[in-house]
Design a protein around this ligand. Structure first.
Ligand code: NAD
Ligand code: IPM
Ligand code: MN
Length: 361
């Protein structure tokens, strides 16, 4: 007998990392497998070390074995890195540096951080229901430039006269390529981009504003573009979140504003991310960190990682599997399966089981 539909194998590099990273990625992989297998998609998962765990094992937070493994994969699923045990290491050995090297190696310069408030969370949000209801924005954070990577970067001199320098730097090409991504998403969404900078003070932001305007004028005149200063935009993200569709911003502002936006659904634990645009495998990770104080307790919220799995499935052309995971998360919340960060009592495993039940129903 022949079978005309050959099963598809998806090669995933799995980087659990530190703290709650293993717990949340195990839950996400279970949910991903549960929706993939019935659809004839096999997940071939290879684990690689990253962050503090990689430093402990190899002396390097981003060892060559991990670099080779991720570059050969179809997609990369990451938990989180960092923790107090590694906070006093020299900068190049820190877990966070390993993460930045991973991102640079993969080349995904556009970090997509969707922020939505599902109906089931409207009443649980720390903000008033009428403010958060209907929130649906996409933060497009530039990920490989700005002050995270700008040179020079150093601390010099002797206490009490030391000096610290970091450099916020963008080249036109870096701004243009991430602006393109933001405008393309706006075309598929509600046709509006809010670009956030500090052009009233920073030279680098004046260039940012200029290049984003030029991209809009020359290539996306049908998309609305608004420029905002980061301070007042931060206030409006919380006061008027439904005004935002696509939010385009640089590396540092995007890091800060996306954690701020987590107040809308009520926790960092529910927000996913995808880092794309590098031409190779994408990187999928929740926006939260390693949450050291709850690591190992089995209570971390895996929803942000499961929804990162949905972004992964979208990226590799399996949108039905992505939709199943999103349906599973929405239904689990709707049924009151709520973990501690959102004010409930559901464990990581209980959340994963509920998501799987609903996603495969
Ligand atoms: P964090 O995101 O780890 O935690 C902030 C708060 O949110 C804590 O109260 C934590 O318990 C809670 N939280 C986060 N994720 C949660 C989840 N899934 N479920 C339930 N509660 C959750 O930020 P932090 O405490 O500032 O940083 C801790 C470490 O993580 C640091 O070493 C930092 O550098 C690192 N970090 C890594 C990443 C990453 O790997 N992408 C992101 C942010 C921070
Ligand atoms: C994130 C994190 C990282 C960042 C750190 C850990 C390097 O905060 O993914 O948001 O700043 O990008
Ligand atoms: Mn962050």
């Amino acid at each position: 007998m022949t079978n005309d539909v050959s099963p598809r194998v998806l090669n995933l590099a799995w980087l659990p990392g530190d703290g709650i990273g293993r717990e949340v990625t195990e839950a996400a992989l279970a949910a991903m497998r549960a929706v993939a297998e019935p659809a004839g998609v096999a997940l071939a998962v290879a684990e690689y070390p990253i962050g503090g765990a990689a430093f402990d094992a190899t002396g390097d937070p981003f060892p060559a074995v991990t670099r080779d493994g991720v570059l050969a994969a179809d997609a990369v699923l990451l938990g989180a890195v960092g923790g107090p045990a590694w906070d006093t290491l020299p900068p190049e050995r820190r877990p966070e540096r390993g993460l930045l090297r991973l991102r640079a190696a993969l080349g995904g310069f556009a970090n997509l951080r969707p922020v939505a408030v599902p109906d089931a969370l409207v009443e649980r949000s720390p903000l008033r229901p009428e403010i958060v209801r209907g929130t649906d924005m996409l933060i497009v954070r530039e990920l490989l430039g700005g002050v995270y990577f700008g040179e020079p970067s150093f601390v010099t001199g002797d206490a009490p006269e030391r000096e610290g320098v970091s450099t916020m730097r963008y080249q036109e090409v870096e701004i243009r390529r991430v602006a393109e991504v933001a405008f393309q998403w706006a075309e598929r969404r509600r046709g509006r981009v809010t670009s956030i900078d500090k052009a009233n003070v920073l030279a680098v932001s004046r260039l940012w504003r200029d290049v984003v305007s030029e991209v809009q004028r020359t290539r996306y005149p049908h998309v609305d573009l608004e420029h905002r200063y980061v301070d007042s935009a931060a206030m409006d993200l919380v006061l008027r979140p439904t005004d935002f569709d696509v939010v385009l911003t640089g590396n540092l502002f995007g890091d800060i504003l996306s954690d701020l936006a987590a107040t809308l659904p009520g926790s960092l634990g529910v927000l996913p991310s995808a880092s794309v645009g590098g031409g190779g495998p994408g990187l999928f990770e929740p926006i939260h960190g390693s949450a050291p104080s709850i690591a190992g307790k089995g209570i971390a919220n895996p929803m942000g990682t499961i929804l990162s799995g949905a972004l992964l499935f979208d990226d590799v052309g399996l949108p039905e599997l992505a939709a199943a995971l999103r349906r599973g998360v929405g239904a689990a919340l709707g049924q009151g399966i709520v973990p501690a960060d959102l004010g409930g009592t559901a464990t990581t495993d209980a959340v994963a089981r509920a998501v799987i039940d609903h996603a495969t129903a």
